[in-house]
Design a protein around this ligand. Structure first.
Ligand code: CP
Length: 344
């Protein structure tokens, strides 16, 4: 892994697999009575969030603290940005306080990459979600959640080797909704295809890139691109899915002008009770959150699928902490393996 994590494409299949395998270790740490190890003692992680977040920010903060790092929380709204300070001056001010990593979220694509160019050697930048571009740790947590749903890890002693390779081979996953504005869709596509899943992107033409086939073919490696299909009808693909990955309708990113109306969207793309009935009995649902109840998924359907343990949203969040521990450990840890002495 290079010094930063900006997209999953730059990690490649080997890098993604390595991080998912390492995540097993941190899931085990999270289950201990005291879920804390000293792996990043003396290190400082800054969370630089220039756009709203609940899950990503808290997951990184929790991950850093469970690794015994110090955490600097930066909030744009209450910072000197409001007095006109530039992004670069803001970052360099935080960096001058002595940080080892910064997690950056921004509404504009490319900001984490730009900050990585300003960062001193030895300071790792992690993309916490940039515009429509990428959300690599979300892609990792979603892939990990599905891998461990379909292939649960054996109970193991801390430090024991878990020898299976991360894979979603043979699984068919629909990614449904606002593809064009979704950094989650892009990172999920990269993660799932790296693990050999087949993908179908389901959306109206207005919520897909203008030339979706060309977009996929020019962006993904050829082996991955050939496993991605496009459909404008959820009903056409529903019977044959292992996973329905719902995306949030991003009203802050102008979706209202791109669909006829919310009821029309729900009628064609919402996971209603009727559609949930048509799914294979073991098909599961993911959603990156926050969910718009009654739009992407019907309120009653949420409760019904949760009762059947087929709604993986909570597990995505729980695993999101372990995934981010793996990312921080690989980027700024000493590389020392976690041992029995680290047990809480
Ligand atoms: N999934 C996700 O990125 O959620 P937040 O915006 O709450 O971080």
């Amino acid at each position: 892994m290079s010094g930063h994590l900006l997209t999953l494409g730059e990690l490649g299949t080997d890098g993604i697999s390595e991080l998912l395998s390492l995540t097993d270790r941190f899931v085990e740490v999270g289950r201990r009575p005291i879920p804390k190890v000293p792996a990043l003692r003396g290190r400082t992680v800054a969370t630089l969030f220039f756009e709203e977040s609940t899950r990503t920010r808290l997951a990184f903060e929790t991950a850093a603290k469970r690794l015994s790092a110090d955490v600097l929380n930066f909030s744009a709204a209450s910072s000197s940005l409001a007095k006109g300070e530039s992004l670069r001056d803001t970052f360099e001010t935080v960096q001058a306080m002595g940080i080892h990593a910064a997690v950056v979220r921004h509404r504009s694509a490319g900001v984490p990459a730009q900050i990585a160019r300003w960062a001193d050697d030895g300071v790792a930048i992690v993309n916490g979600g940039d515009g429509w571009h990428a959300h690599p740790t979300q892609g990792l947590q979603d892939a990990y959640t599905l891998w461990r749903h379909f292939r649960p890890a054996p109970d193991s002693e801390p430090g024991a080797e878990l020898d299976d390779q991360p894979t979603l081979a043979g699984r068919r996953i629909a990614i449904v909704g606002d593809i064009v504005h979704s950094r989650v869709a892009r990172s999920d596509i990269e993660a799932y295809t790296a693990l050999d899943a087949s993908i179908v992107l389901v959306a109206p033409p207005t919520l897909l890139p203008a030339q979706p086939r060309e977009w996929i073919d020019c962006w993904l490696p050829p082996d991955a691109a050939k496993r991605v299909e496009i459909s404008h009808s959820l009903d056409d693909v529903l019977d044959d899915l292992d996973v329905v990955g719902l995306l949030r309708c991003q009203r802050e990113r102008m979706i209202d002008g791109l669909i006829g109306s919310v009821p029309e969207y729900v009628a064609r793309y919402g996971l209603t009770a009727e559609r949930a009935q048509r799914l294979a009995p073991d098909a599961v649902i993911t959603h990156p959150g926050p969910m718009n109840r009654g739009i992407e998924i019907a309120g009653d359907t949420i409760e019904d699928l949760a009762a059947e343990d087929r709604l993986l949203v909570t597990r995505q969040v729980t695993y999101g902490v372990a995934v981010r521990m793996a990312v921080l450990f690989r980027l700024i840890g000493s590389g020392t393996a976690l041992g029995a002495d680290d047990r809480g």
